[in-house]
Design a protein around this ligand. Structure first.
Ligand SMILES: [Zn+2]
Length: 151
């Protein structure tokens, strides 16, 4: 997914996340971040995401972080997105004010389960309905209006 595309998604308020490429330096948000203990609710959401995706994985392999991001956008590696999954360390960064937003948390969980940063429609849209807020609201969609090609 191109940087411009991500920026456009954010501008439209549809973007969910991005998955940065490691470029040598450690990848971490600019904002203050802290580890989020994964409580029962997250386990429930993880189990639902395992079920809809058909992928196996342990949530204990993933680290969750809250980021002080009042605007709901997190800046990382020169890009801005609502949330991030970082392959290095299998880390998920969420805005502190969106920790209970099911579709967003499960969107990032799905990246962690798939171990990929793209958004194939068959799983992000059709199977799990977590590609975007629009897809979450309308489970009959077969493509994410904001990212129809599933990049
Ligand atoms: Zn994503």
């Amino acid at each position: 997914m191109s940087r411009l595309f991500l920026g456009g998604l954010l501008f439209l308020g549809l973007g969910a996340c991005a998955a940065p490429r490691a470029a040598g330096a450690p990848l971490a948000p600019l904002g203050r971040a802290w580890a989020v203990p994964t409580l029962g609710l997250y386990q429930e959401w993880w189990d639902k995401t395992v079920a809809c995706s058909g992928r196996q994985g342990q949530m204990s392999a993933v680290s969750f972080y809250a980021v002080d991001a009042p605007s709901g956008a997190i800046e990382l590696a020169g890009d801005t997105a609502h949330a991030w999954w970082v392959r290095e360390g299998n880390r998920i960064y969420l805005p502190a004010n969106a920790l209970s937003q099911e579709w967003l948390v499960r969107h990032e969980m799905l990246h962690a389960l798939l171990q990929r940063g793209s958004h194939p429609s068959e799983v992000f849209v059709e199977a799990c309905h977590v590609a975007s807020a629009a897809v979450w609201r309308d489970s009959s969609l077969s493509h994410d209006p904001g990212n129809p090609s599933g990049n």
